[in-house]
Structures are given as structure tokens and as C-alpha cells.
Design a protein around this ligand. Sequence first.
Ligand code: AMP
Ligand code: GLY
Length: 417
Amino acid sequence: MRILVVGKGGREHALVRALAESPGQPEVFCFPGSAAIFQLAKPVAADGLESLIEWMKANAIDLCVAGEESYLVKGEGLANLCQRHGIPCWGPPKESAQLEASKEFAKEFLIRNGIPTARATATGSFEEALAAIAGEYPTVLKFDGLAAGKGVAVCPDETSAIAFLDEVFTQRRFGPGRVLVEQCLTGPEVSVFAAIVDEQYLVFTPARDYKRALDGDLGPNTGGMGAVASRRLVSQEMLDQIEREIVRPTVAGLRKEGLPYRGFLYFGLMLTPGGPQIIEYNCRFGDPECQAVMPLVRGDLAAFCLAGAMGELRRDLISFDDGWSVCVILASAGYPEASRSGDLITGLGHTGDFRVYHAGTRKNADGDWETHGGRVLAVVCGGVTRQEAVAKAQAAADLIQFDGSQRRRDIGILNFD
Ligand code: AMP
Ligand code: GLY
């Protein structure tokens, strides 16, 4: 089997490794990829979506796996193009990927399908947004488009709301677009992933990510400073409720509304005192949750994704380990406000009972690894207990060094009793 993975970050490194380690030993390719990914996958000679499709056809690719969301909604859409050219694709077409690309579309879908979610008003100007907030703080403001994880602001007061609305409507930091004014929910967050194949689905091991830069959930929002995954992250009762009230109605809603879906769907949930509610959909796996979840997957992920892309949900092909998995992100100096590149990384030669996925690295002229971006590496470790996984992941992270390295010490600790 020949598989092409689209993306270049830590999530794609984890996906590529899980696919490459599948028992059928598929040949894996990656676009655009990274130096670290190219140790497991071959590079692709393409410079855009159209040439990527031509390349897939010329190279007899059996399966295209969408790692990152942007290609799903670019141009005609990755999955739409694949379908037109007869290439099975694990990832939804453009019309369905609006669930992630447009917060307003997602909110209307949720309401139409009676799925629990925060109350919200769509607004098209600074004044309209302020009127919708109506002095009720805290409030949550969401830019209605892809904003690389930067489009949401939880605003405790009017000053912070005005600052965000100014970025959106005056500075147009994210380009043109509207703002959703949303009720602020409270409770622990959990990321639930389902593999969806038309009217069927399989729920993967749930996870939780840590978005703030500093311990204690302090500091600015980031792309994610770590994650913890386990079947035991939430009770079986809660998992059943999530399936009943959120996953199943979503899959039914997609069918009813004629939105085709084959791929991973990410449910960002808040477990409020009144039950689980959706705060976002993403049409892909989470980053860094993927890095924590993939080491728990057993069986043949490659065959599972191929069967899924061809319309068959093969539950028998994969299973999930029972323990805990903890992912600690090592970020570069200055992240998230800025990021420094070019710092030499040492300690990557260590091997042990852990995995290291590269998010932002490159090889320097001497052939050594150096930093290349904000989030640099993900160190992932499993354990029978959460405490064991936490201790092992932090000990493994100690082995890897670079100037200005930052990481959180409370991944898998904070937000547990
Ligand atoms: P997102 O970019 O949609 O993942 O949102 C980023 C973060 O904002 C989430 O992980 C939550 O912590 C927070 N958030 C989003 N929506 C709400 C909400 N309605 N109430 C409280 N917090 C929220
Ligand atoms: N971990 C959050 C995300 O992938 O969007």
C-alpha cells in the first residue's frame, strides 16, 4: 500500500509513524513534510493542491490521509479533488470541513441538530459585537474562520473584549470575517476523536490538551503545550453520555444534511455542570493530542484508514491500549509571542521507553538537529498509571536540551483530582 500524508507538524510525524509501523508495512509519503518526517516517509515533488493530485496519480497512491485542516478547504478541497480523481481520501470534503472552517456554520449545525452547545450570536461589526455582549462578562469571542488556533478570546472584561474586536474588525488580523459572541461555559475540557465512515463511527481514546504557555494554566494561549490520553480520562458513564448526546447526533446530522464524512472528527468538549457541551469541531486529529493517542493505537491503522476512505468502518482492525499516555511539548525561546530558530538540539540520540515527534526542527549545515519554529518537539511516554506516564515523560524530556527550551511540568497533573 502507498499512502500520502498531508501536513508537516508533530501531529503528522505521529500519524506517519503510526501508519508506517502498520503490519502491512505500507510505503508512506508526506507533503509538505519535514526533515524528521522524511526519515520515515518519502518527500513529494509538488507545489500545490493541483500538482499534488497529479503526483498522486502518477505515483499510484492508494490512500491520501489529511493531517492538517487547511488543505481540506483550500481551492476545490483536498478530499473533493481526490474523489474527482478516484483516490481514496481519509478526510472530509470541503462542504463538510466547514464544521471547522466556519464557527457560524458549526453553530447553526449544532442548533439544527439539537446538540448541546454554548448560546451564541453571530455579528458582523465592532458595534454589533459589543451590543451582543450586552455587558455580560466573561464572554467568549470567536473569529469565524481558520485562524491557526488564535481566533478565540475568553474575555473577562470589556477592555479585553474591545482589544480582540479591534484586532478582528479594525486591524483585520485574521482577514475579513465575522465574530461569534458566545456564552462562557465552565468545566473540565476533553477532546474526543471519532473515526467517521458515513453513518458509522468509532470513538478513539479521549485526550486533554494544555493550551496555556505556563504551569497552572497561566500565560498566553499556544498551539498546545502538552496532552494526556487515556480511556480512563472520563468515566464510562460520561463517555456514554458524550456518545449519546454529541457523537451520534453529529453523525446523524451529517447524514441528514447531505454532508459526506470519512475521516477523523474532533469534538472539543466542556464537561459543564449541566452535561457535556461542544465548544468546537475540528475536521482532523488534534495537535498535540494525536502525539499522545497514536502510541495507544494497536493493530493496523493504515488498513483501517484505507477501508474507511473506501466506505467500510473496520472496527476489527484496531484497538486501544488501556493505560495512560502523556505528551510534553518542548517549545523554543520566546514562544508563543515569537519563536527563535537555529538553537542546536542535543540528546536526540537517547533511546528508551519513549517517543519523540518533531514539530519544528531542521538539520543544520553540519547535519545536526536545530530548532525551527515555536513548538519544537513532543516527548511522549506511556504508563500503567497516569503518575507513571507523567514521571517517565518528564524524565525523557530532561534528556533533550536546547537554548531557551520551555516546557510545562504539570501536563497530566493539573485538572485531575
Ligand atoms: P478553540 O480555539 O475553539 O479551541 O478555543 C480555545 C479555547 O477557548 C478552548 O479550549 C476553551 O478553553 C476556550 N473556549 C472556547 N469556547 C468557550 C466557551 N464557550 N466557554 C468557555 N471557554 C471556551
Ligand atoms: N489541540 C487543539 C487542536 O488541535 O486544535
